[in-house]
Design a protein. Structure first.
Length: 92
């Protein structure tokens, strides 16, 4: 509405996630973040320490070694409107 842009530079992926988690916990009404399963072991800890509740969504299908697209749609489809979702662009 006010045509403002803000940028933040952080140290490393973990540091960036921590800053993002802290920001969300302080300034966003939704205090739950959905992480893909699997995710890196530090991700739930980083967001939990930032004050967010952590839930997971299906992402990877070991049987096919690919995306569990149906599971992903079901899990994220049942998440409350406005939920925070961490997406991994690396495709494991």
């Amino acid at each position: 509405q006010e045509n403002r842009i803000t940028t933040v530079q952080c140290l490393s992926g973990t540091g960036s996630l921590r800053v993002g988690g802290e920001f969300l916990a302080r300034h966003y009404h939704q205090r739950t973040i959905y992480l893909p399963q699997p995710t890196w072991g530090n991700h739930p800890k980083v967001f939990g320490l930032a004050g967010l509740s952590v839930k997971t969504y299906r992402y990877y299908a070991p049987a096919t070694r690919g995306l569990d697209f149906q599971g992903l749609l079901e899990d994220l489809g049942s998440a409350p409107l406005g939920s925070v979702v961490l997406l991994h662009a690396c495709a494991h």
